[in-house]
Structures are given as C-alpha cells and as structure tokens.
Design a protein around this ligand. Structure first.
Ligand code: ZN
Ligand code: FE
Length: 252
C-alpha cells in the first residue's frame, strides 16, 4: 500500500492510495482537480473516490475526476444528496474492498451529520477527515458536542499504532492551543520540536498515530486532572471539559 500526500488549496490534504498487487488506485477527499490529477497521472487510473464528508474542500474534484477516470464515488448513505456523483452508499461498520485492501467505515458525526473515517484494519491506517486532526479536532457544525466527543472516542479506541491521516495541515495552530492549556505536558514539548522541524522544511506533519494523539492532543485528554484543573472544571465530566475546550478553540 502506497499513500501519497497531496497538498491542496491552502491547507487541505488529499491522499492517493495505491494497492500494489492489483494496481487499484483510490483517492481520499479529492479537494482540487489539478493537484490530484498530477499525482494520479503516475498511476494512469483512478478506481475509487472516498469521501469522509460533504464539505466543498473535500469533494471539490469529485465530478471532474469521475468524468476523466470513470471512478466510483463512495460516501456515507445519509449524505447521498450532498456528495456529488456518489455511486456507493456506505453504512456504519461496513467493510468494503478496494482491490486487495479492505477498510471499515467508522461513523463519526459531529463536524457534519454524515462524517465517516476509513479505517484499514490490517494496515492500521485511518483517514479521519475533519474529525480528528493532529493535535486538534474539527469544529462542531452539524452535530452536538457530545456526538463529537463520542466520535473522537471511537478513534481513540483504535489500535495505538494506527497511523492517522487527517484532512488539514492545522497542526501548528492546534499545537499552540494545546500548549496554552496543557503546558506541563512533556510529550507535547517534544512533539513541538518535531513539528517545527517538519514545517520549517515544508514537510507535512501527517501522519501521526493514535498513541501519539492520546499523549498530546488536548481534545483526547479531557479526562486529565491537570487539564480539568487548569480550566477550573475540576468536578466536571469529560464531555463538559471537551465542550469547554471546543468553545475556547473556536475563538483562539
Ligand atoms: Zn469539513
Ligand atoms: Fe475541511
């Protein structure tokens, strides 16, 4: 399995997946036609388009790519009227094969009502769209804070060594937010060194891993007593802490 990271627009990532045995080629969240097509050209075909959710910066190249390569477009069933060109309606926990690779659909509403992650169980790779970012999470647009919290917990419960490929390069601003409210976290300080190094040489900060995110991403650390204390929410539930953090980040 080859994964190519394709920077699109100002801070989006699309991902090309090439399954090397059968040559099956897929793309996750094609944002921009030209940037994606330049990479697809190396493989000469595009069998599948996988959409995590319906937002324009994730489906922008759906129709042009489908037209050029006759690809099949996959998305969550409840978004059948919002994902352009959709062919295959996926359901929660469904397993689906693209060539010899199999992914499981993880339903993670909150950012949007129909948001999903693609989890390649055998390879331990997850594409999390705008739900889990490196050191952050997406804004809650269509769901409740509680839904988003539960969705993040689903990702948190994947195997720790799962690689996480997210939809945006927001890591630096997420890092600054984490440092503000989790300033004694040594894992975070070490991660800062790594992030600064990557960004200074124009490298993507993705992928991270589930284990890494649990240690450093404040939105996965709502049960941490020190963070609760720092927020003045010593006796609050984890989901209340999450809500507070999400609100603070919205205006950070
Ligand atoms: Zn989005
Ligand atoms: Fe997005």
């Amino acid at each position: 399995m080859i994964i190519e990271i394709i920077p699109c627009l100002s801070d989006n990532y699309s991902y090309l997946i090439n399954e090397t045995e059968t040559g099956t080629t897929s793309i996750v969240d094609p944002s921009e036609f030209n940037a994606c097509d330049r990479i697809i050209n190396k493989y000469k075909k595009l069998d599948f388009i996988l959409n995590t959710h319906h937002h324009a910066d994730h489906i922008g190249a759906n129709l042009d790519l489908k037209k050029k390569y006759n690809s099949k477009i996959l998305g969550f069933n409840s978004d059948k009227n919002r994902i352009p060109g959709i062919d295959i309606l996926l359901e929660e926990n469904q397993k689906y094969k693209i060539g010899n690779l199999e992914f499981k659909v993880i339903f993670i509403p909150g950012h949007t009502k129909g948001h999903i992650a693609f989890f390649f169980e055998k390879e331990k790779i997850a594409f999390t769209g705008d739900t889990l970012f490196s050191l952050g999470c997406g804004r809650v647009f269509e769901g409740t804070h509680e839904e988003m919290f539960n969705s993040l917990n689903k990702i948190k419960n994947l195997p720790p060594d799962t690689k996480v490929y997210c939809g945006h390069e927001y890591t630096k601003s997420n890092l600054n937010f984490c440092l503000e409210y989790d300033s004694n976290n040594t894992h975070l300080k070490n991660k800062k060194i790594d992030i600064d190094k990557k960004l200074s040489t124009n490298q993507p900060t993705v992928p991270s891993t589930v284990a890494d995110e649990i240690k450093t991403n404040i939105f996965l650390r709502c049960n941490d007593p020190e963070i609760k204390h720092r927020l003045g929410l010593k006796d609050s539930s984890d989901v209340e802490v999450f809500s507070k953090l999400r609100d603070l980040k919205d205006s950070f």
